[in-house]
Design a protein around this ligand. Structure first.
Ligand SMILES: NC(=O)C1=CN([C@@H]2O[C@H](COP(=O)(O)OP(=O)(O)OC[C@H]3O[C@@H](n4cnc5c(N)ncnc54)[C@H](OP(=O)(O)O)[C@@H]3O)[C@@H](O)[C@H]2O)[C@H](O)CC1
Ligand code: K
Length: 524
């Protein structure tokens, strides 16, 4: 698979990578002046298409470097369009190109403030203070000003390239203060820091302004193996398609081990997720109470064993797994709603090591592994592929040695250490493969962060994984990213609300749409 495309829309760059592209263009003859002019024109077009933002005039905060230069080109262009523009340059300008733009703006007659701007004013502020060149905390007077602005006129600010005060690599603030933007208009490629969960409150809506980096420059840089996934990518999704004559057992065979007396609903939600994937056959090991009733809600599920029950209502999975014939499965999901029983991982370890199909570990399976003697190192013993689907706390519990790393660095490291594919769930979930490729979902809906969605996701990815495994045996790294994207898009677009069971139904519909768009159009 080669999904999504390695183009400017999808590549996510570090600061060094962005600088290297920029230098590549400049070394080939592209004048820096021309590049800045392109940026300025793109910025101007974006603003002129949104006249409502400009109604109260514009104040551009100009920094010492080329970010400030971008701001000054924009100031000039808006001024020439008769927009009420002023500039404020709080620091000595260090880049000569930026100084030249400043001189020209003076000559043109653009107003320049010599005092700190009033944080109460309704004018739109454009933050062109600092961009990619940030490595340290904001000067105190700027930090206080940006803080005051957000308090008095929340979000009446738009950042160019990177919100000032945010590290474009990690997404962290340098000192807990940064520009709080309603939009960040990022230039050329999306910068990795800007899509991290931690940066979302400052970045606002992230818009990428294309400056025409030629595809041959992008292709040359083998360093980038980090891709952005959003709703548009659904149209190019490489869905694993079993042959049209394959039977249910050739369309993926999944076993779900989930649920406990403590968390009764989780198993049902995981099973709904699995059903939504369109996997050929689903079996389940469930607690007795669930096993007795599941036929009434999901008659498609075959209960093939009963989980033990501890005094505290946690599920004991060992005996049921040991009794089960795993060699007839393509995928095995363990985890949703099991609760944390006092059961030894080593009881089932040997059986799971030898299982050649896909093993998906979620929720309390991850916790149980984390508390076992071997912990994550056990995963290396697996013969078949393994997918891990933790949220952040589960992740750091399993990989305590990575707790000083950000999710962005920790997830690929965990994938490399274990040979497993990792789906690290968050507002912008991150998927990392052992080969070093990463994907990040960027257009998720915060209202879909509700109980039970993780269970639906676990069942769904295990179902998609079973289909993928049944086709070729070799798992494509993209498959986990693809399943996560579908789940996120279903959560975002579900018309019936944001509860997990509604989203499972929306997911089923979305998969159907991808498999057979004509059927959906004809309302079949
Ligand atoms: N990506 C592209 O293709 C293009 C990007 N452009 C824009 O250029 C900036 C990057 O410009 P650069 O000059 O390298 O960096 P900055 O504008 O961010 O500013 C660097 C200067 O600011 C000083 N600085 C940084 N942080 C602070 C701070 N906290 N306090 C005070 N001063 C600070 C820094 O000083 P140093 O001492 O740290 O060196 C620099 O003087 C990019 O983001 C785009 O907006 C171009 O338009 C071309 C195309
Ligand atoms: K900025």
């Amino acid at each position: 698979m080669n999904w999504p495309k390695s183009d400017a829309d999808h590549l996510i760059a570090s600061t060094a990578q962005m600088r290297s592209f920029e230098n590549n263009l400049i070394n080939r003859g592209m004048p820096v002046e021309a590049l800045m002019e392109k940026v300025g024109q793109k910025l101007k077009d974006w603003f002129l298409e949104r006249p409502e933002l400009l109604l109260n005039g514009v104040l551009i905060l100009v920094g010492p470097g080329h970010n400030g230069g971008d701001g000054l080109v924009l100031a000039r262009e808006l001024f020439l369009e008769n927009i009420d523009v002023s500039i404020w340059c709080p620091l000595p300008i260090t880049q000569s190109l930026t100084r030249r733009h400043q001189a020209y703006s003076h000559w043109l007659g653009i107003k320049e403030l010599h005092e700190e701007p009033n944080v109460y004013c309704k004018t739109l502020w454009i933050d062109a203070l600092f961009g990619l060149g940030q490595t340290r905390p904001l000067p105190e007077k700027i930090a206080n000003l940006l803080k005051g602005r957000e308090e008095k006129q929340p979000r009446r600010l738009i950042s160019i390239d990177v919100p000032s005060g945010i590290c474009s690599d990690t997404g962290k603030t340098f000192s807990n203060v940064a520009a709080t933007a309603s939009y960040t208009l990022t230039i050329g490629l999306n910068k990795q820091g800007l899509i991290q969960d931690i940066a979302i409150p400052y970045v606002g809506e992230l818009i990428r302004l294309d400056i025409g980096i030629p595809q041959k420059v992008l292709k040359k840089d083998k360093q980038i193996n980090f891709f952005k996934l959003a709703g548009d990518d659904l149209f190019s999704i490489p869905w694993p398609e079993p042959s049209s004559i394959s039977s249910k057992y050739q369309r993926g065979r999944l076993l779900v081990v989930a649920g406990s007396d403590k968390y009764k609903g989780a198993a049902l939600l995981a099973l709904q997720g699995a059903l939504a994937s369109g996997v050929g056959s689903i079996k389940a090991l469930l607690p007795q109470k669930m096993a007795d009733n599941i036929w009434q809600v999901s008659p498609e599920i075959v209960v093939s064993g009963i989980l033990g029950n501890s005094i505290d209502g946690e599920s004991e999975i060992g005996e049921a797994i040991l009794k089960h014939k795993l060699d007839r499965l393509d995928s095995l999901l363990i985890g949703p709603g099991l609760a944390l029983a006092n059961e030894k991982w080593s009881d089932i370890a040997c059986q799971l090591e030898k299982f050649p199909g896909l093993l998906v570990l979620d929720a309390d399976a991850l916790n149980r592994l984390a508390f076992s003697t071997e912990s994550w190192e056990w995963i290396n013993k697996r013969e078949g592929p393994t997918w891990l689907t933790p949220h952040l706390q589960e992740f750091y519990r399993l990989f305590p040695n990575l707790k000083d790393l950000s999710p962005l660095d920790a997830a690929p490291k965990a994938a490399k250490m274990t040979g497993a594919n990792v789906l690290l769930k968050g507002a912008h979930s991150l998927i990392a493969s052992p080969s070093g490729v990463r994907w990040q979902l960027v257009s998720t809906s915060s209202c879909a962060a509700r109980a039970g969605l993780g269970d639906v996701l676990a069942g769904f990815v295990a179902g998609v994984g079973a289909i993928g495994f049944s086709i070729g045996g070799a798992m494509n790294d993209e498959l986990l990213a693809l399943a996560a994207l579908l789940h996120a898009e279903a959560a975002k677009s579900c018309k019936k609300g944001s509860k997990a069971s509604s989203i499972a139904l929306a997911l089923e519909k979305l998969v159907r749409h991808i498999q057979c768009p004509e059927c959906v159009q004809r309302n079949i």
